[in-house]
Design a protein around this ligand. Structure first.
Ligand SMILES: Cc1cc2nc3c(=O)[nH]c(=O)nc-3n(C[C@H](O)[C@H](O)[C@H](O)COP(=O)(O)OP(=O)(O)OC[C@H]3O[C@@H](n4cnc5c(N)ncnc54)[C@H](O)[C@@H]3O)c2cc1C
Ligand code: SF4
Length: 326
């Protein structure tokens, strides 16, 4: 591990100023992903700006929305009584991630910016366009059981690993950031990006921007919700496929639906066509199966991950069925 300097910022303004002074400087929050990457020399910052002292830990309920500070811990959000009541899909998705100990360290902002779990990305002896642009992709034609079936490119087939972000995409969240050019907001579904020819870039954040909070509008997805995570072990494992479902059901008819998938693309994969299809339909397994089949349009496998083409529609059907039965 390379030597580095670490300084502690006391305001978001000074955090941004300090990080802007050094091209390779990075923010550090819980450190649960960044420190692993530094130990393996996947990232080699000369300077870390510790942001854990910033006043960005609050969960604030306003009229029509909740604002969650970027430094709120994953466990703090998952266990918050009002989050469980008003945004239970978010609480469920968070609780499905990592382990209790990691959730105690991990922050909301850090969770959004965690890097892919593609094993080639973490192994500096292997080619990886995301780690070293233009070096090739070890996973295409290699070991790719965890990899993408939607939106991949010839440069990268990695998936975004977060559980929390799948719920935030389904719930139409907005990300608030502050950077050298000032403050701005980004729609959550526009925050993460597809790899295209530049897989080294995971998201639409500009250089040296700090995530300050995430806002979720109030909604009616408080009862018929589910987060289904299919993984190799029942704890401490990333999703092979996950499905976040929110249904607003009145008299057995679906008023509104929200659906997003994890473990299938370089970003949380929102299923808008299936959402539209479900609107106004009576709850039935046949309807859910049709929505699931619609969701798989354009899916493509790369060898080891071919099982996701069958697992995907089954997981969507099951998640919808469980959500509707609550
Ligand atoms: C063994 C293990 C299992 C895991 N399993 C899961 C799982 O099943 N599901 C899941 O979703 N996650 C899982 N995780 C990932 C975990 O959720 C992330 O590591 C964690 O959320 C990252 O948060 P952090 O605060 O520790 O981020 P850090 O490691 O501190 O930072 C991560 C990145 O975000 C940047 N950053 C942090 N905060 C900000 C900010 N406010 N603004 C701008 N940049 C920022 C840092 O510069 C860094 O690049 C697992 C992790 C481990 C180690
Ligand atoms: S899939 Fe992406 S992250 Fe994995 S080796 Fe290929 S370029 Fe790297």
């Amino acid at each position: 591990m390379k030597n580095f300097q670490i300084i502690r910022a006391l305001s978001s303004g000074s955090a941004v100023t300090n990080i802007s002074k050094e091209p390779s400087a990075m923010f550090i929050a819980g450190g649960t992903n960044l420190v692993d990457l530094m130990k393996k020399n996947v990232v080699v910052p000369d300077k870390l700006v510790d942001i854990t002292a910033l006043d960005l830990k609050k969960i604030e309920f306003g009229t029509g929305q909740v604002s969650i500070g970027a430094l709120a811990k994953n466990s703090q959000v998952a266990e918050d009584k009002s989050i469980k009541e008003k945004y239970p899909l978010l609480a469920l998705a968070l609780a499905a991630g990592a382990s209790q100990q990691i959730r105690h360290m991990a922050t909301v902002g850090g969770n959004m910016l965690q890097r892919t779990r593609c094993s080639y990305f973490y192994n500096t002896d292997m080619p990886c366009n995301k780690r070293t642009p233009k070096s090739g992709c070890g996973a295409i034609g290699g070991s790719n059981r965890m990899h993408a079936i939607f939106g991949a490119s010839d440069s990268c087939i990695a998936v975004h690993p977060s559980d929390m972000c799948i719920a935030l995409a389904a719930l139409d969240a907005t990300v608030f950031v502050e950077g050298p050019k000032g403050k701005r907001q980004i729609k959550f579904t526009d925050f993460h990006r597809l790899p295209g020819n530049s897989p080294e870039k995971d998201n639409t954040l500009e250089s040296k921007e700090l995530i300050t909070s995430v806002e979720i509008p109030e909604n009616n997805f408080t009862k018929n919700i589910h987060y289904l995570k299919v993984r190799d072990r029942s704890s401490y494992a990333f999703a092979l496929i996950s499905v976040a479902v929110g249904l607003d059901i009145k008299n057995n008819v679906i008023n509104e639906a929200r659906l997003a998938m994890g473990g299938v693309a370089h970003k949380p994969w929102r299923l808008t066509e299936a959402e539209e299809f479900l609107k106004g339909k009576t709850v039935s397994e046949e309807t859910f199966r049709q929505a699931a089949n619609l969701s798989m349009k354009g899916a493509k496998s790369y060898g080891d991950n071919a099982f996701k083409l069958t697992l995907g529609p089954n997981a969507i059907t099951e998640a919808l069925t469980i959500a509707a039965s609550k």
